[in-house]
Design a binder for this molecule. Structure first.
Ligand SMILES: [Fe+2]
Ligand SMILES: [Fe+2]
Length: 173
């Protein structure tokens, strides 16, 4: 799932909600971290933030908190191995805490935004269920995005290899 297809850059309201965050050098640094094998952490965060924002807006929920919390849900500048190396729990358990601490350093977070960040690994870590509908949306969109981000490139790669094998084995007529 590419955020380009959703054209978040052209959504004036979305941009007005997150522009201060997107201007922050540490947030931009997320683009240097590989995420889900084929994408980077900034693109993933924007995909999750914008998709969740559109859903929350449609449902008349607090879409501003969804956009900001969604953008900061994976705001940690460490690799998976480095998070594990901290020995504070598994990556799945600990990175939301790091993301929340980092987010609080660069902006004020309301209760919904905090819940969005801290609970986004609901169902894949031992964290308590989200307290708000907004957090639930981000958590589900995060999982959906993760699957698409991994499966789509694998699908393309597999198709290319199958076609290559067909020609190599002389099976094409
Ligand atoms: Fe995460
Ligand atoms: Fe994520």
């Amino acid at each position: 799932m590419s955020q380009r297809a959703y054209s978040w850059e052209n959504d004036v309201e979305f941009m007005s909600i997150v522009s201060d965050l997107l201007a922050h050098p540490e947030v931009l640094e997320l683009s240097n971290y590989v995420h889900h094998h084929f994408t980077n952490r900034l693109d993933h965060s924007l995909t999750v933030a914008y998709t969740s924002y559109l859903i929350a807006k449609k449902m008349n929920l607090d879409y501003k908190s969804v956009a900001r919390g969604g953008l900061l849900h994976d705001f940690f500048l460490l690799t998976v191995q480095e998070v594990e190396g901290l020995k504070q729990g598994s990556h799945n358990q600990h990175h939301p805490i790091l993301a929340c601490e980092n987010a609080e350093r660069i902006t004020d977070l309301n209760e919904i935004e905090k819940d969005i960040i801290l609970k986004h690994m609901f169902l894949v870590s031992k964290v308590a269920p989200p307290k708000y509908k907004e957090s639930f949306i981000v958590s589900m969109v995060d999982k959906y995005a993760a699957v698409i981000e991994v499966v789509s490139p694998l699908n393309s790669l597999l198709k290319k290899r199958i076609i290559h094998a067909i020609y190599r084995l002389g099976l094409a007529t």
